[in-house]
Ligand binder design. Structure first.
Ligand code: FAD
Length: 323
C-alpha cells in the first residue's frame, strides 16, 4: 500500500526508517536480517537511499525490491533527478513499479563529493525536485505516492557564496513541490527542536494544513559521526545538547549513544506534545544501525505506546532483543 493510505488509517505515533544499500552481498544479507528484526518497531514504512548521481542505482533497486517482497512493510525508494537522463529515471521507475514499490521520494540530488555541477550548462530534463514530482505524476499517475524533502533550517545552497539560508527562502519551492502533487514530506535531520517547531508552523500556515510531515531524526551513535553528519547537513546543534557530552565521554561510543538516546527521545516527545499530534510520524536516519532507534522507541513517552498497543509478545521480545 502507499504511505498516504497507511498514514491516514494509522492513529500514530509511529516511526519510519531509512537505510542505505550496502556495498557487498554479505552486507546486504546482514542488513536484511537487521531490517527484519526492526519490524518489531512496527515502522509505517521503510526508505532506501539513492546514491549521489545514481551511483548505487542497481543496489538501491535490488535492496528496495527485496525489502518490499520480504518484509510486508511499504518501501519508499529515493530517486534523484539532476544530471540524470530521462531514460535512467524511467528505467528506475519501471523497475520499482514491477517490484510493487508504490512510494518514491523525489529528490534533486547533489553533485558527487568533490565535484561541481556547472549549473548554467545543465541540459538535464530535471533541474529541481519539482520537475521529477511533475514527471512522475504526469507519466505514472497513481502508480506512485510521491514524497519530497524539506529543510527546517533552510537548504544550504549558495551558502559558500554568502547566501543567507533560511527556511522562508525555500518555502515557495516546497509549496511548488506540494502543489505539483507531493503526497508527503520528510525533513532534513535537525537537533534544534525549536527550529523544527517554527518550521512546522510555517509549513502548516503557508504550505499545507494536513499533508503528512515527517521530522527526520538521526540517532547519535558516535560523537564524531554526530558532528560530521550535522555539518554535512547544515544542522545546528544547540549548546545545551553539546553540553551533555562532556569531553571525557566523547570517545566512548556506548556512553555517547546512551546520552544520544535521551536527547532524541526528548526531541520526539517534545514535538509530539507541542504539535498536538499534528506530527504523528518520526523518520529515523538509521545509518543501517538498530540499537539506538530501538532504545529511543522503547523509552520515549509517546513512541513506547507502539509497543504497549502491540500486545504481540513476539514483537515485545523482539524489541528487547535489539535494544
Ligand atoms: P529541490 O527541492 O530541488 O531544492 C534544491 C534547492 O533549489 C533549494 O535550495 C531550493 O530552494 C532551490 N529551488 C527549488 N526549486 C527552485 C526553483 N524553481 N527556482 C530556484 N530555486 C529552486 N540525496 C541523494 O543523493 N540521495 C538520497 O537518497 C537522498 N535522500 C534524501 C532524503 C531526505 C529526507 C533529504 C532531506 C535529503 C536527501 N538527499 C539525498 C539530499 C538532497 O538530494 C539534497 O539535499 C539536495 O541538495 C536537494 O534536494 P531537494 O530534493 O530538496 O531539491
Amino acid at each position: 500500500s502507499t504511505i498516504k493510505e497507511k498514514y491516514l488509517s494509522a492513529p500514530g505515533p509511529f516511526i519510519s526508517l531509512e537505510f542505505f544499500p550496502p556495498k557487498t552481498q554479505p552486507g546486504k544479507q546482514n542488513l536484511m536480517a537487521r531490517m527484519g528484526r526492526m519490524t518489531a518497531l512496527n515502522p509505517l514504512f521503510l526508505t532506501i537511499t539513492w546514491g549521489a548521481g545514481g551511483t548505487t542505482a542497481r543496489k538501491t533497486l535490488e535492496l528496495a525490491a527485496l525489502a518490499q517482497r520480504e518484509l510486508n512493510i511499504p518501501v519508499c525508494m529515493h530517486l534523484t533527478c539532476t544530471n540524470t537522463d530521462k531514460e535512467v529515471i524511467d528505467q528506475a521507475l519501471r523497475e520499482a513499479r514491477d517490484a510493487d514499490i508504490r512510494n518514491i521520494l523525489a529528490l534533486r540530488g547533489d553533485p558527487p563529493v568533490g565535484e561541481e555541477w556547472d549549473k548554467t550548462a545543465n541540459s538535464s530534463d530535471f533541474q529541481h525536485a519539482v520537475d521529477l514530482v511533475r514527471y512522475i505524476k504526469r507519466e505514472y499517475k497513481d502508480d506512485f505516492c510521491v514524497g519530497v524533502a524539506a529543510y527546517p533550517e533552510g537548504h544550504c545552497e549558495g551558502e559558500a557564496d554568502g547566501v543567507d539560508h533560511n527556511p522562508l527562502r525555500d518555502l515557495p519551492f516546497l509549496k511548488e513541490k506540494v502543489d505539483a502533487g507531493a503526497d508527503f514530506v520528510i525533513t532534513q535531520l535537525f537537533y534544534d527542536v525549536e527550529k523544527f517547531l517554527d518550521f512546522e508552523k510555517m509549513f502548516r500556515d503557508q504550505v499545507s494544513a494536513t499533508l503528512p510531515l515527517f521530522p527526520g531524526l538521526m540517532p547519535i551513535n558516535s560523537y564524531l559521526l554526530f558532528n560530521r553528519a550535522s555539518k554535512l547537513s547544515h544542522a545546528s546543534i544547540p549548546q545545551s545538547i553539546l553540553d551533555r557530552f562532556p569531553p571525557e565521554y566523547r570517545a566512548d561510543d556506548n556512553k555517547v549513544r546512551a546520552i544520544g538516546v535521551d536527547v532524541l527521545l526528548e526531541i520526539v516527545d517534545t514535538i509530539y506534545a507541542r504539535t498536538n499530534g499534528r506530527v504523528k510520524g518520526f523518520h529515523f536516519y538509521t545509518l543501517n544501525l538498530e540499537k539506538a532507534v530501538a532504545q529511543i522507541v522503547a523509552n520515549s513517552r509517546c513512541l513506547s505506546k507502539i509497543l504497549e498497543e502491540d500486545k504481540d509478545e513476539e514483537l515485545v521480545d523482539g524489541i528487547e532483543e535489539i535494544a
